[in-house]
Design a protein around this ligand. Structure first.
Ligand code: URA
Length: 450
């Protein structure tokens, strides 16, 4: 009697691990099979961990990176926004401290006539996350299904949500595995992870904000540049218009760090005020979004148009419309005193005088996490009210006893730890440091048109 046998698997995980371990290039079929078999649960975590580590150590070729991105992108649903006539353009940052630009950019670009289907993440390590910031607005719903996401986009031109179960399930599984196996830090894997999620949004264009400096994941400009080029090339291979800006994260962006506080600062920018560095970066990124979206010939023109959309109140109106459509409390953004507020504040005062020469930006982000503004463990809830307001930025003069920051807190023990960390992170010296530019480099085909 003949026995029924399962069809043989086209590949064996062990062979693909060995191949990458030995530095060989994997084929399209091999990578595609690995991603889909892992997403289905047909390959165990330990084998994929070994393969990921081989990628970290051996790297990937450009074609392999593109194939991995494509396989992850097609592991789930790819949004079809073709019924929306406007160009779809998004922005993605690699993660920083005090970076609330997404809250300004989505409504600003929508006010210019672009569709912005933004799928964002939560805080990671010491960096903040757009979803956590949005959820500081009481009622704001980041869990829209694909249908409702589409309806909000159709009505107001922008919508901001979290990753859904249908989009890029391979990245969800792979990212969780990388997080606990020391395999996050590979530019090839970061590129595939970010680009697969963004391309699943059904976009035409993407502006990447690749952070560099002591508060970024890519601490030096060379690594940031390599990642930026990889992402631009991968996006272009897939027929998208992509530009990457390497921007400074050697100190926090703006003056406020913490979820509610960052909403307040974003609201300030949408009202035409706010700190200069934040405004400058918002206008630069918006300029590129508008340019890729085809509403302005040059980036310079697009930046001027963005500034007008802020001063006319049109960008603010869009923000209000999006908040209402996503069930956020409009009263809380009209009067930000209604946003969650910490019960206590404490000043962090300088112990010596001179110039603020440097800030350990990662430590400032960690201080915010310690206050409860981010997560120490994946399952932690964030406290939207807590955070840090900076009164001094790098290059400013500081006198002994003068406050460099104010901590907004709800728990005494956390406030003391955060205060120490902030104090330690501020380096005061006799000579003002040279000013670092906010935009270090622009990478992408259209980079020359700036
Ligand atoms: N952000 C992502 O979405 N993926 C990575 O791999 C790193 C940062």
């Amino acid at each position: 009697m003949s026995q029924l046998k399962a069809p043989p698997l086209p590949f064996r995980a062990i062979d693909l691990i060995r191949k990458k371990r030995d530095g060989a290039e994997l084929s399209e079929g091999e990578i595609g099979w690995l991603v889909s078999a892992y997403t289905r649960g047909d390959i165990p975590d330990y084998q994929v961990s070994a393969w990921l580590m081989a990628v970290v150590l051996r790297g990937m070729t450009r074609p392999e990176t593109a194939v991995l991105t494509d396989a992850m992108l097609h592991s789930g649903e790819v949004l079809d926004l073709s019924s929306l006539p406007a160009k779809k353009v998004d922005k993605h940052s690699t993660g920083g401290v005090g970076d609330k630009t997404s809250l300004v950019l989505a409504p600003l670009a929508a006010a210019a006539g672009i569709t912005v289907p933004m799928i964002s993440g939560r805080g990671l390590g010491h960096t903040g996350g757009t979803l956590d910031k949005l959820e500081a607005i009481p009622g704001f719903d980041v869990h829209l299904g694909v249908g409702e996401f589409h309806r909000v986009l159709e009505t107001c031109g922008c919508a901001m949500i979290g990753q859904t179960a249908e989009i890029d399930p391979a990245d969800r599984k792979l990212y969780a595995l990388r997080d606990v196996t020391g395999t996050v830090e590979s530019p090839y894997l970061i590129c595939a992870s970010i680009m697969s999620k963004k391309l699943a949004e059904g976009i035409d264009g993407l502006v990447l904000d690749v952070k560099t400096g002591c508060g970024a994941f890519m601490k030096n400009e060379k690594d940031a540049g390599f990642l930026a080029e990889l992402m631009v090339e991968t996006g272009e291979r897939m027929g998208k218009q992509v530009v990457a800006l390497i921007t400074d994260m050697d100190q926090p962006l703006g003056n406020m760090i913490g979820n509610s506080l960052e909403v307040i600062e974003a609201v300030d920018v949408l009202h035409g005020s706010g700190p200069e560095d934040l405004r400058e970066l918002c206008l630069e990124l918006a300029g590129w979004m508008l340019h890729l979206g085809g509403v302005a010939e040059t980036v310079t023109e697009a930046k001027q148009q963005s500034a007008r959309l802020i001063s006319s109140g049109k960008a603010w109106e869009k923000f209000g419309q999006m908040v209402a459509l996503q069930r956020g409390d409009s009263k809380a953004i009209d009067d930000v005193r209604r946003l969650p507020r910490a019960r206590q504040t404490r000043e962090v005062s300088a112990v010596t005088s001179g110039y603020l020469v440097a800030m350990q930006c990662e430590q400032i982000g960690t201080a915010c996490v310690i206050l409860g503004g981010g997560r120490e463990r994946k399952e932690d809830a964030v406290d939207p009210a807590v955070g840090i307001v900076l009164h001094k930025k790098v290059g400013d003069r500081v006198a002994t006893g003068e406050p460099v920051a104010t901590i907004h807190y709800n728990e005494e023990s956390r406030a003391e730890r955060a205060r120490h960390l902030i104090l330690e992170s501020c380096q005061i010296g006799d000579v003002a440091p040279p000013k670092r530019p906010l935009i270090h480099k622009i990478i992408g085909k259209s980079g020359e048109q700036n």
